[in-house]
Design a protein around this ligand. Structure first.
Ligand code: URA
Length: 434
């Protein structure tokens, strides 16, 4: 087999066989096929697309390119949750302790920030001392002991995806449905959960801007998961404005803690209850959605979800006092309002632009090596549909550098539209596919 022939076949619109896909994935992982040939193939895939069979074959080849985690030593049905990425998406921070407090064992593999989107691991590192570098044994032990553990993607888990993702990131080949579906599902399958709940985002802050593309991605991932013998559910949710109010690592941790204290923003709470219900149903902890919602609400009201978060943070080396006293989280030096330039209804907040504002402030990585500033970001004061008076703050900016603050403020204002008439509301939950 020759890589050249595979590139040519795909470039001309042909369908790759399973063994051809396995050949390039194995060769690329081992380093016998160079970046430039795989880049050419990724670009050909971007334009010519992949069939459902090719996507499934690519997923399985990437999943098997490294270790397949065996979680059978963990008691109960392990349910994983994955978001396709968004702005202000701190769902895992609140949702995992909620479902763990309801009895679902959470053995989760999470990622760092990607482009304009944030990552759970970066956010969790806002707890001083917190680490996700756990051995598999420690990971399993923590889940059995306290019901929850989160680790980073190890070098041995779907290494083909790790390499391919880094290549796609710099060759403008990320936003292809088959490549995203196989990237996410290869990691989820290798991470060993029995059931997978996917949060597929759509809107200006998501990789899939159009709802029909998000739906196609969700259908593809559900098909792959079911084919691999895992119960898989996808929720399609809105990401056309940031989720909740906070964007930025420590700021999002604080908002997740507020939520576990019963003071969460309405959209964020609703998403947690929707995804959490699907997790409880998949894990056999509830018979109906109504029962699941009641259980989730109960662990917020009685404080057990917050306590679970503290146990989890402590078990992974973090300072759990910050769960009860958010003043201990990293704090920015400059906290300043971004005033509205006019009165009217906030009719649009271009969501990926808000993610970029947080990046400008230092809350994300410009390069793989960049250190991130956990304290910085934005907290919206108004969401889409709210009325604002001229001069009232649209958001509060948390910054450590005045120059970056003025750049981010300008960009944020350019991302907001204020209109005389209220906008048409977009539903948060668009569909649930299983
Ligand atoms: N998240 C992933 O893990 N992979 C993608 O390709 C896109 C989002």
């Amino acid at each position: 087999m020759r890589m050249y022939d595979l590139i040519m076949k795909k470039r001309n619109g042909g369908e790759l066989y399973e063994e051809e896909i396995r050949y390039f994935v194995e060769g690329y992982t081992k380093g016998t096929i160079p970046d430039y040939q795989v880049s050419a193939l990724m670009m050909a895939v971007f334009f010519q697309k992949m069939t459902a069979q090719e996507t499934a074959a690519l997923t399985m080849a990437m999943a098997h390119s490294g270790d397949m985690l065996d979680l059978s030593a963990i008691r109960g049905i392990k349910v994983d949750k994955h978001s396709t990425g968004g702005v202000g998406d701190k769902t895992s921070l609140a949702l995992t302790p909620m479902v763990a407090a309801c009895g679902i064992p959470v053995a989760k593999m999470s990622g760092r920030g990607l482009g304009h989107t944030g990552g759970t691991i970066d956010k969790l590192e806002s707890f001083p001392g917190f680490t996700t570098a756990l051995s598999t044994e420690q990971f399993i032990e923590n889940v059995n002991k306290i019901g929850i553990a989160i680790m980073g993607q190890t070098a041995d888990l779907a290494p083909a995806d790790k390499k391919l993702y880094a290549l796609r990131d710099v060759t403008a080949t990320v936003d292809n449905m088959s490549l995203i579906a196989s990237s996410i599902m290869s990691k989820k399958l290798a991470a060993g959960a029995d059931a997978i709940v996917l949060d597929v985002k759509t809107g200006s802050g998501a990789f899939m801007k159009e709802e029909q593309d998000a739906r196609a991605l969700a259908e593809e991932m559900v098909r792959i998961g079911v084919h691999a013998g895992r119960k898989t559910v996808a929720v399609i949710s809105d990401m056309d404005q940031p989720l909740g109010y906070a964007v930025g690592n420590a700021l999002e941790v604080k908002e997740a803690i507020d939520t576990l204290n019963g003071h969460g923003p309405a959209d964020f709470v609703e998403l947690c209850l929707t995804l959490g219900s699907q997790m409880l149903l998949a894990g056999g902890m509830a018979e109906t959605e109504e029962e699941a919602r009641k259980k989730l609400q109960k662990v917020i009201n009685d404080g057990s979800a917050l306590k679970k978060l503290a146990e989890f943070v402590e078990a992974q080396g973090g300072d759990s006092r910050a769960v009860y006293d958010t003043e201990l989280l990293p704090k920015a030096e400059l906290i300043q309002p971004i005033p509205a330039p006019a009165s009217g209804y906030v009719s649009r907040i271009v969501c990926d632009e808000v993610g970029i504002c947080s990046l400008i402030l230092g809350g994300g990585r410009e390069t793989k090596e960049s250190e991130i500033d956990l304290a910085v970001g934005l907290v919206l004061c108004k969401k889409v549909g709210d009325y604002v008076q001229m001069g009232e703050p649209l958001a509060m900016m948390h910054a450590n550098d005045p120059e970056k603050a003025s750049q981010a403020s300008e960009r944020f204002l350019a991302a907001c539209t204020i209109s005389a008439a209220p906008p048409v509301a977009r539903p948060l939950i668009k569909a649930i596919l299983s």
